[in-house]
Design a protein around this ligand. Sequence first.
Ligand code: SF4
Length: 340
Amino acid sequence: MYANESCRELGCRPVNDMVGRVDVLNVEAAVDHWKARGLDLSALLLAASTLREQGKGQKISYSPKVFIPLTNMCRDRCGYCTFVKSPTQIGAHLMIPEEVLDIAQRGANNGCKEALFSLGDHPEWRHSEAMEQLKNLGYRSTPEYLAAMCRLVLEQTGLLPHSNCGVLDIDELRMLREVNVSMGLMLENVSERLLNRGGPHFGADSKRPSLRLETLCLSGEMDLAMTTGILIGIVVAIIVGIIIGGFAPTFAVKFTILGDIFLNSLKMMVVPLVILSMIVGITGLGDIRSLGSIGGRTVGYYMTTTAISVILGVVLVNIIRPGVTFTIMYFFYFNRINKL
Ligand code: SF4
């Protein structure tokens, strides 16, 4: 049986082949599925859709939840994180029980069913201020305080707690298991390479894949419902970019409008910002005679940095030769399509 006619025309494997294999899925079969590419992958995806249709139909369920950011301090500093704050930054916060209860109660009054606790990973391990705040509230660690807040919300509002709090040891998992219907931990990536200097997880020890996998394994052994996810958006974007740019360059050109909008927005903001900064700087000088020497130094600095940039650009362009590889790749893909 084929999922649809185009699948037959494409030469995919019949769906019942794949479904049959799913029924007897073992490690070898799982690896086989994982390696599926091209038409096999299409057939696998169609088989998965068919199974879902058979089992669950088209129903999508969801649970309205209220978001409780218990603390935005964290022991780590991931390069892309816009949530985290150090204790000295404006907005750094550890919610007190009254704040937690207030948000939870308002969520419950508005029909929420779950309380989603989201927080940084063990901020007290990095920041003495975070440890001090926890002690003042009567707790020794963030997971201990989190467990108390989950219990508070559960008992006072009836909302079901779900926590995303990073890497945990077995004692912390046991403690939180008592007061959480489920927990979350993003695996994010299985590559240790991202921890290297210059990588997005450099210095972020909690993002070590082995630690995250250990927490996930422990939660599995404890029968603790743990949701996890892998950030595939970036990979998908790169693949889609290569496919669209390589196979349909004329279609890809239509997306240049997005880049134009972005650049024009930047220009729209940058010019007024520069002019206003200059006005504020000049008016703040007090003695207008000093403007001459500052102007001279600025021009000298501008000319020097521009000369360095131009020389660097020319040297790098000759070494890297940007665009040459793309032409060869495109030629390769184009030939391949013609042969197919
Ligand atoms: S571990 Fe999470 S909260 Fe902490 S810095 Fe990284 S992304 Fe942000």
